[in-house]
Design a protein around this ligand. Structure first.
Ligand code: SF4
Ligand code: SF4
Length: 379
């Protein structure tokens, strides 16, 4: 299928992105570490702070969890069941506590800890960047931003696709750009490491296992990225800069009706998504009614009560409308608001959906339907 000839939008093209990445590759920002030292590197992180890394859980599933030994770490993995966003935006978190004796005392609660997140893929780092954009907007989310401040992000670049559900190249999340402190890329017998912040420099100095990279290493890294451009191709038959316009044409697409028939409204797709951030606010009061907590908890636009408002009105009752909303939140609304697509191509939503709803297939159906409409207009 040819690229769909829609008008340009604000989103950058693939070639501009490649130029930005390559033009910033300066030798002095890179270190190398021999591959056989990588486990020792992980061991040397433990005295610095709590370490979280991908761990194999059986049946092809991986999770991010705290590790106490390098033996548990998995260096090659498909995206974990839940994304590492759970460390920045926990499933349930207390946001205030209150007590009533003579007077009512209300205390805001902000929970955070020092943490090293090891082995994060570039798609999940792209997810952090999306969340950071939202949480830094007014009003700022202090809890999220403080947590982020105390987390060191150590990435591992994928040199191959994880599986058939990924569409990271389509959204440009298959390459490291920004959003991490250290980025490890495998090159033959070494990892080349991009040191991208003072937190990253601190880890390099404290662990003491790195050597300076040379121009030859940088050349090798460039060659790898050029090879990757051939391995990671657009998984969707259009470029991402045409996507907002595609969605402008697709509000009444028949695809949404088809999803109405399939979707079970379980909310799994949003629970596993690294860029979903909707939450509910609830309170727990103790039996004496004298103290309690207010907390926020993940919520999902796919669940029935999500769009119910006063008077019992549900403004997004049909499952087709909820699914459409999910896709527009990923591919349209946030382009206007933040100039970003809010899908990282991690494939988790498709991997987890019990009804077999596949994000790539939905996008391809939208493109086909839109193309057919354009042809009908011209014939
Ligand atoms: S995971 Fe699948 S079935 Fe469940 S709400 Fe999402 S699209 Fe619907
Ligand atoms: S919409 Fe699906 S593929 Fe995109 S970021 Fe969310 S879970 Fe990943």
């Amino acid at each position: 299928m040819e690229n769909v000839p829609f008008v340009l939008t604000k989103l950058p093209s693939k070639s501009i992105m490649f130029y930005c990445i390559f033009s910033h590759m300066k030798t002095e920002q890179y270190k190398i570490i021999e591959k056989y030292l990588i486990k020792e590197f992980v061991n040397r992180l433990f005295p610095i702070s709590k370490v979280v890394a991908p761990v194999y859980k059986g049946f092809g599933n991986y999770v991010f969890e705290e590790i106490k030994s390098e033996e548990n770490v998995t260096f090659k993995y498909i995206p974990t069941i839940l994304p590492p966003k759970k460390y920045l935006l926990p499933k349930k978190e207390t946001i205030l506590e209150f007590k009533k004796n003579q007077e009512l005392i209300i205390q805001p609660v902000v929970e955070y800890e020092n943490l090293i997140l090891f082995g994060v893929h570039t798609c999940d780092i792209a997810g952090f960047k999306c969340l950071n954009k939202v949480m830094s907007d007014t009003p700022k989310d202090v809890s999220f931003l403080l947590r982020k401040e105390h987390i060191v992000i150590i990435g591992i670049e994928c040199n191959d696709y994880c599986d058939q559900y990924a569409s990271c190249a389509f959204v440009g999340a298959h390459l490291p750009t920004t959003g991490y402190d250290l980025m490890f890329t495998e090159l033959n017998d070494i990892f080349i490491v991009h040191v991208h912040s003072s937190k990253g420099t601190n880890i390099v100095e404290k662990t003491g296992l790195f050597k300076p990279a040379t121009d030859a290493h940088i050349k090798e890294l460039r060659e790898l990225r050029e090879k990757k451009a051939k391995i990671f191709y657009n998984e969707i038959p259009t470029e991402r800069r045409y996507i907002p316009d595609l969605f402008d044409r697709s509000w009444n697409a028949s695809v949404w009706k088809e999803l109405e028939e399939k979707c079970l409204s379980c909310g799994n797709c949003t629970a596993v998504c690294p860029t979903c951030y909707c939450f509910d606010i609830a309170e727990e009061v103790d039996l004496t009614l004298k103290s309690g907590k207010r907390f926020r908890i993940w919520f999902s636009c796919q669940l029935d009560p999500f769009a119910k408002v006063a008077g019992g009105i549900d403004f997004r009752k049909e499952r087709s409308a909820r699914q459409r909303h999910r896709f527009y939140r990923k591919f349209r609304y946030h382009v206007d608001r933040f100039g970003m697509i809010f899908c990282t191509g991690c494939g988790r939503c498709s991997r987890t959906c019990m009804a077999g709803i596949n994000l790539k297939e939905v996008l391809i159906s939208l493109i086909k339907e839109s193309e057919a409409k354009i042809w009908r207009k011209w014939l």
